[in-house]
Design a protein around this ligand. Structure first.
Ligand SMILES: NC(=O)c1ccc[n+]([C@@H]2O[C@H](COP(=O)([O-])OP(=O)(O)OC[C@H]3O[C@@H](n4cnc5c(N)ncnc54)[C@H](OP(=O)(O)O)[C@@H]3O)[C@@H](O)[C@H]2O)c1
Length: 253
């Protein structure tokens, strides 16, 4: 029997963990990737038969190589979810070159190299790539240069793939999930708060007015797009703000 796989970076926490559990529940084998073993093992515990842990650092060549070689050759690579991201807040004058270059490697170079590494297998299975984007690319804020610039480059990669992937039978979408209640968000919030950065107010407001959804709700939205969107509609930007009802309909909710 040929198994279907999803490659998910950043699967130990937040959106990546919730999506791993959601897709596994729907019969997809998950290659769950991250640097820390314990969070990955926690994700695996939710569905040990379908969630397979790979401890790897996407910022390194060895990490990318181990990911690309991890799935049995006879199986289908159906989904590549480019979810892992970093980018600590810092005012322009305080950005450290090493931190900026790390964000470039994780947020831009790794997704490019993973796409390159999986393209022929995705093409064979008429598979789908999914980028976790952010509206920060459209709104510059003081202190978000590292995250914003690298996510903008990641957005450009999505636009590039829009012209390169569909002719190879591979779908490519960019998802704007809105605010999601994750470890990453609160880590960013605490660091930004210490620097008195103004944009922390958006997290406070989002939390108060219920605009911040849970990772599980977000995972349902992403799963709907990944597994249920028709081929002629998949390759575009989807946002929670504009497409929530449409996607819930696709999954019958
Ligand atoms: N949460 C939101 O409100 C929100 C909004 C818009 C967009 N997004 C996007 O959604 C995605 C997930 O966000 P999240 O909030 O769920 O973040 P998160 O909780 O911080 O998760 C990010 C994951 O990436 C992994 N990771 C980081 N560097 C890595 C590396 N070098 N190699 C392998 N894995 C690495 C981390 O695990 P390790 O540290 O163990 O490696 C972590 O599990 C990101 O692309 C983010 O930009 C989130």
């Amino acid at each position: 029997m040929v198994n279907r796989w999803a490659v998910i970076t950043g699967a130990g926490t937040g959106i990546g963990a919730a999506l791993s559990i959601e897709l596994a529940r729907h019969g997809v084998h998950i290659l769950a990737i991250g640097r820390r073993l314990i969070p990955l093992e926690n994700t695996k515990e939710q569905n040990p038969s379908y969630i397979h842990v790979l401890q790897a650092d996407v910022a390194t060549k060895e990490g990318i190589e181990s990911i690309v070689n991890a799935i049995p050759e006879e199986d289908d690579v159906s989904y590549l979810v480019q979810n892992a991201a970093v980018g600590d807040p810092a005012k322009l004058g305080d950005i450290q070159q090493d931190a900026f270059e790390l964000a470039l490697r994780v947020n831009v170079t790794a997704p490019l190299m993973l796409t390159q590494g999986f393209l022929s297998r995705l093409s064979k299975s008429h598979g789908r790539i999914c980028h976790l984007g952010t509206s920060v690319v459209y709104q510059s804020q003081v202190g978000t240069a590292t995250y914003g610039i690298t996510k903008m480059a990641f957005h450009k990669l999505y636009e590039q793939l829009l012209v390169e992937c569909p002719p190879q039978n591979v779908g490519i979408c960019n998802i704007l999930p809105g605010m999601v209640d994750t470890e990453g968000v609160w880590d960013h919030y605490e660091k930004a708060k210490k620097l008195n950065l103004e944009h922390t107010k958006y997290f406070d407001i989002g939390k108060q007015n219920g605009d911040m959804i849970s990772p599980a709700q977000c995972a349902k939205f992403i799963r709907g797009i990944l597994m249920e969107a028709p081929n002629d509609e998949y390759s575009k930007q989807w946002s929670r703000k504009s497409h929530w009802d449409e996607v819930m309909k696709l999954i019958g909710e």
